[in-house]
Write a protein that binds this ligand. Structure first.
Ligand code: SAH
Length: 345
């Protein structure tokens, strides 16, 4: 089934729906009813909706599809499951479910492919084909909840793609999944990760929902960051760090810095000291990420002892730092790995 982007019901925010109903001379409160059918009762067709007039439903049926995404592969480990979705145009994207003691967290994709070109990342091996539509982000969550039979409590936008390169669809996605009449996922349980698109960080600092922001930093100086993250040539640290400071000032929140530990690349003790200096006076956490080695890119993971040494230096410098618990190494759960396997890229 080919769907026009505005024609999928899961792409409409609560406010969009109110407008749709008003525009056809119907009542605004149908938005609340329909949101409940879609996101609480999880209907899969308009036939199941019982409290909205037939003429109104007939109109919706003509204009807005209630469709699903197909899940074409699932890989399971003890605390992690990975889903490969096929989109209506035959493209593939991935989402990962992580079972924590505090709930179920899902990592979703935001684009087909990615243009950011980070050297260590599997997703970037395929250039961006297109942005995901809002409904394609929403449906990753709904489909997983359906399979799981349990609620998703946390969402991270850290799968394939650069979410801030698909800003408008992303923002609408947030407003849908956060809406109290919909999935009602708390803003503080939602995290978006960016490689550092400065104008969008500034724009996001004005966004009213208190969604967590993570920055993929991965290097403490421009020379190294240019080498592994080409986006740094456009938005070098002297632009990125001040933008983060503006964000912190406007939102009164904390940011998380992600730092992948790549053997002999960015894991020296000098790098640790330099990192501590770079982020001093910034209200932040640092998340050290053991690199999930992929077959194709040649980078190696730092060994645990060196990660601990790096960690100690940050601690000594009063940095809030954690080492990310590892999920999904066995099932290729790092960004883009499952899709790469499927498409044999
Ligand atoms: N484009 C966004 C979000 C997607 S990547 C961003 O750059 O933040 C999500 C995170 O996973 C990033 O920090 C990315 O650098 C990291 N990542 C990519 N490949 C990885 C791998 N093989 N092992 C561990 N982390 C990886």
């Amino acid at each position: 089934m080919v769907c026009d982007k505005m024609k999928n019901i899961y792409g409409l925010s609560y406010e969009d729906l109110e407008k749709v109903f008003l525009d056809i001379g119907s009542k605004k409160f149908h938005a609340e009813q329909l949101f409940r059918w879609l996101y609480e009762k999880r209907v899969e067709s308009y036939e199941e909706v019982t409290n909205i007039k037939k003429e109104v439903l007939d109109y919706l049926k003509k204009e807005y599809i209630i469709n699903r995404l197909s899940i074409v592969d699932v890989q399971e480990d003890i605390d992690v499951s990975k889903y490969l979705f096929e989109l209506d145009d035959g493209e593939h994207i991935e989402a990962v479910l992580m079972r924590h003691d505090y709930g179920n967290s899902v990592c979703i994709s935001s684009q087909v492919g990615c243009n950011m070109g980070c050297k260590f990342c599997e997703s970037g091996r395929r250039k961006k084909v297109r942005n995901l539509e809002t409904y394609e982000m929403v449906l990753q969550l709904l489909m997983i909840e359906k399979l799981l039979g349990k609620r998703i409590s946390h969402v991270v936008v850290m799968g394939i793609g650069e979410p801030f390169d698909n800003y408008d669809n992303l923002i609408k996605f947030f407003s849908i999944i956060n809406h109290p009449k919909g999935m009602a996922i708390g803003a503080r349980h939602i995290t978006v990760s960016t490689c550092g698109l400065v104008p969008k960080i500034l724009e996001f600092s004005e966004f009213p929902l208190q969604i967590n922001l993570a920055i993929s930093l991965h290097a403490p100086n421009n020379e190294l960051r240019n080498e592994i993250m080409p986006i740094n040539k456009v938005y070098p640290l002297e632009k990125l760090i001040p933008a983060i400071k503006v964000y912190l000032e406007r939102t009164n929140r904390r940011v998380t810095f992600e730092y992948i530990m790549l053997k002999d690349i960015n894991d020296s003790l000098e790098c640790a000291n330099e990192l501590a200096k770079l982020i001093q006076n910034i209200n932040c956490y640092v998340n050290l990420i053991p690199y999930n080695e992929t077959n194709n890119l040649g980078y190696k993971r730092t060994n645990t002892i060196q990660i601990m040494r790096f960690y100690d230096i940050l601690k000594k410098n009063n940095v809030n730092v954690t080492i990310r618990r590892e999920f999904g190494g066995k099932i290729s759960a790092a960004c883009g790995q499952l899709r790469s396997k499927k498409e044999d890229l």
